[in-house]
Design a protein. Structure first.
Length: 475
């Protein structure tokens, strides 16, 4: 598995209050961000940290709500539970989160913050003091990469040429320039009917490490803040997708399958083979027969995708972002932005409809008396359990942090196999003594016994590595 690059996103959610994270999940199924930073979250103490409405599968959540516990401001960060991340309490700012990512002994510091546009002069001066102290503290850790991102509510023409310089923009630029931090977003991130501005910013100390960066359109038509992102050459690993062979038995011609099995000369083919080759020949022949008469396909399973995500949704997300790029390229015309808003609105309704249809199908299965108990309880667990699918976190071995999944598996295998090594003590095992009075040296089975055993098997049980399922055997 090849490593992926560290991908960050900043999304201001003030206008749609998470939309139960549905839009965020859909967007993330396309881009698969490693770290998702959200601004103006409007969260307060009534939202518990384990609130299911704030859960994003495969990610951990940390929050920094408004200090006065009101529905205003605040930031939070979702980060992949497979990342080697440490949460640092080094910021004097209340609406600020600091994360440290370590890979191959290189330290990367991610800072997500929010600055209110309503600060007084004194409050802004205090912000600057704390902001500079935070950057100075991070540099004391000897970082390889520093990334600061957030809604700064400050403008500067050198960041976005159509902006007018503000006092806040000039002062923030003075501090970041002093510490060698470059601002990398150069497109409008806050779009109103009569104004465009760049106030959602990303600063970093090594712009040469940036593989890609830019602006994607908002996920909601009422949110004026756009999404900003950056992809850094700081390698991390994600769980690889896997393939699954799906058989559509209800669409297959079972009579043709049975005839093909009966017409095949099993005795002639298997007679002169040893037992291992007989098994291989039997499995190969049986699977070939089923492939000829039962529709089947190989699908790719990606654990990053919610179960209700469709290819159509992914295409609509790509279309939305392409329309936004056209809006920027064509001179930021209102008519072009109307197309962007229409695409956002269409995507929102498509996502809601897809998720609703998914849960309707689950409800139908639960209300169907023919649903297998195993399927029934699996659905209930997926609906009511707040626990995420467990993944192996980064492993620290001999001073090195291991994030690659194959290397982690190999490390565990080596460790556990080493626990079962034979001790060279020269000891001799005692003679085996039977524990019962009677024993048998052989046993026999007839065709009726075998058929009885096969017919008693549960078709909902998974098959072995040979690919021959119980359902195939029972046909």
């Amino acid at each position: 598995m090849s490593p992926f690059y560290l991908l960050l996103e900043l999304n201001n959610v003030s206008a749609y209050r998470f939309l139960k994270l549905v839009s965020l999940e859909a967007n993330n199924s396309v881009f698969i961000y490693d770290i998702i930073c959200l601004g103006e979250t409007y969260l307060y103490s009534s939202f518990q940290i384990d609130d299911p409405s704030l859960a994003l599968n495969g990610y951990n959540l940390i929050r920094a709500d408004h200090p006065h516990n009101v529905r205003r401001g605040g930031v939070c960060v979702f980060y992949k539970d497979t990342l080697p991340i440490k949460i640092l309490n080094i910021s004097q700012m209340s609406e600020c989160l600091v994360l440290e990512v370590i890979y191959e002994n290189k330290k990367c510091f991610i800072v997500s913050l929010y600055r209110s546009p309503n600060q007084t002069i004194d409050e802004f001066d205090s912000f600057l003091t704390k902001f500079e102290h935070l950057i100075d503290t991070i540099y004391s850790f000897d970082p390889h990469l520093i990334v600061l991102l957030g809604d700064f509510n400050a403008k500067l023409s050198s960041w976005y040429v159509e902006d007018n310089d503000t006092y806040e923009g000039r002062k923030i630029d003075e501090i970041t320039s002093l510490y060698g931090l470059s601002q990398i977003i150069s497109a409008p991130t806050h779009i109103l009917p009569n104004s465009l501005s760049c106030i959602d910013l990303i600063f970093c100390n090594q712009p040469n490490l940036i593989k890609d960066s830019g602006v994607h359109s908002s996920l909601h038509e009422n949110c004026h803040h756009q999404i900003i992102f950056a992809k850094f050459n700081f390698k991390v690993h994600i769980p690889p997708p896997y393939e699954r062979h799906i058989w559509h038995y209800k669409k297959g011609n079972i009579d043709y399958v049975k005839n093909a099995i009966n017409m095949f000369n099993w005795t002639q083919v298997l007679n002169n083979l040893d037992i291992n080759k007989q098994v291989d020949m039997f499995n190969t022949t049986l699977l070939n027969i089923f492939k000829n008469f039962v529709p089947n396909e190989i699908i790719t399973i990606d654990e990053n995708d919610p179960p209700w995500i469709t290819n159509l949704i992914k295409r609509k997300i790509a279309l939305k972002n392409e329309l936004y790029k056209c809006f920027i390229r064509n001179g930021k015309k209102n008519s072009d932005y109307e197309c962007v808003l229409n695409a956002i609105n269409e995507l929102k309704h498509l996502i809601i409809a897809s998720k609703s249809a998914y849960y309707t199908r689950l409800t139908d299965k639960l209300s169907n008396r023919k649903t297998h108990p195993k399927v029934y309880w699996s659905i209930l667990k997926s609906l009511f359990s707040n626990k995420k699918t467990p993944k192996i976190p980064p492993v620290f071995v001999n001073g090195n942090t291991i994030t690659d999944f194959k290397v982690k598996a190999s490390t565990f295998n080596s460790y556990f196999s080493s626990q079962c090594s034979i001790l060279a003590s020269g000891s001799v095992l005692p003679e085996s003594v039977p524990l019962c009075l009677s024993s048998f040296s052989s046993f026999s089975l007839n065709e009726a016994d075998l058929l009885s055993l096969v017919r008693s098997l549960d078709i909902n049980k998974s098959h072995g590595h040979d690919g021959v399922s119980i359902r195939k055997l029972k046909l």
